[in-house]
Design a protein around this ligand. Structure first.
Ligand code: G3H
Ligand code: 13P
Ligand code: ZN
Length: 335
């Protein structure tokens, strides 16, 4: 039996089938430390949402890959205990490698209990991307691990790779890519980007409430892709909304985050109702965590117990994840 099954994790296959039918998206939240992981589990149990625990190679380096794997194992036990205490159902948990860039990294994750991996060959040529992705799929499927591939390049920073501008996914390439590689889901580029600086205010219009509204995502490309590969699970990366409330708290408490505009929640809601079955969110968690810590430390300059500022940061994360599940991705109540 595959290691992840022994641990109590699931791969993404059923999750995506249900999400496609139910017209919602499964949240994929990144974690690097205990507080982020606790918050994801608490929020997803309380909203009864399936969830993909997402780990980047940077997270593996930061937290130690062995410890991270045991943290995920601990998260399953915590989730079961919490569900029992609250008298609610347990939730499906997948452990996913975010932006895997080599076969060796994907293999290492699969062998240590991940139930899903992303092989991101989007920076390579189309042919090289197919070759690399196919190799990972062959190995992963022997272990019943699901694989996410990527076509098109998002602007922004992923680990050490920086792309200045987006290259949208070419709908005419998706059929060949999916057929030749055997991937289970496909990340596409339709105008989202990584990090907190997705759009500049100059690229946006201001609405009646004084909020910057960026140009709409390329739903036309998404629709063309859906026609080419009907019923196939699509993934959106770079889907943080960069909440102005969090940015304001950061800036009011000695921080300096300027001119950052994210993806409006209404557009994510629209995407979640389509073939988009997985939505990746990392930066919004970073912003809320930073906001809560900065506020605490400014208000209580004598405080030096990390629990006193990491605790409120964890609470802020729980609220944010619950909000996303309930009002943005529509995954609440779908576990
Ligand atoms: O897409 C990138 C994710 O937000 C992970 O970021 O590589 O800094 O851990 P990271
Ligand atoms: P954000 O930076 O928009 O949160 O995107 C995260 C992501 O795509 C992780 O793979
Ligand atoms: Zn990403």
């Amino acid at each position: 039996m595959s290691l992840y099954k022994k641990l109590g994790l699931v791969n993404t296959r059923k999750m995506f089938e249900k999400a496609m039918q139910g017209k919602y998206a499964v949240p994929a939240y990144n974690f690097n430390n205990m507080e982020q992981l606790q918050a994801i589990i608490v929020a997803c149990v309380e909203t009864s949402s399936p969830v993909i625990l997402q780990v980047s190679s940077g997270a593996r380096k930061y937290a130690n890959k062995t410890l991270l794997r045991y943290m995920a194992e601990g998260a399953i036990a915590m989730m079961q205990e919490l569900a029992k205490e609250k008298g609610v159902n347990t939730i499906p948990l997948a452990l996913h490698l975010d932006h895997g860039d080599t076969f060796e990294l994907c293999k290492s994750c699969i062998e240590t209990g991940f139930s899903s991996v992303m092989i991101d060959g989007s920076h390579h040529s189309f042919e090289k991307n197919i070759e690399l992705t196919k190799r990972v799929v062959e190995f992963a499927h022997e272990h019943e691990v699901t694989v996410e591939g990527e076509l098109g390049v998002l602007a922004g920073i992923e680990d050490d790779v920086v792309a200045e501008t987006s290259t949208y996914t070419h709908p005419e390439q998706v059929v060949e890519f999916v057929k030749k590689t055997g991937v289970d889901s496909l990340a596409i580029s339709i105008g989202t980007s990584h990090g907190a600086y997705k759009f500049k205010p100059q690229q946006c219009t201001k609405n009646a409430n004084g909020v910057y509204v960026p140009p709409e995502l390329r739903f036309d490309i998404l629709e063309q892709i859906e026609v080419k590969i009907p019923g196939f699970a699509i993934v959106l990366h770079g889907a943080s909304s960069v909440p102005m409330d969090a940015v304001k708290i950061i800036n009011d408490n000695y921080g300096d985050i300027r001119d950052s505009v994210g993806i409006p929640e209404e557009q994510l809601r629209r995407a979640a109702r389509s073939a988009v079955c997985k939505i990746n969110i990392d930066s919004d968690g970073r912003l809320w965590m930073t906001a809560a810590i900065r506020k605490c430390l400014k208000e209580k300059p004598t405080e030096f117990d990390p629990r006193k500022y990491l605790g409120p940061a964890r609470e802020a994360l729980v609220s944010m994840y619950k909000h996303k599940n309930e009002y943005v991705l529509g995954s609440a109540g779908q576990a």
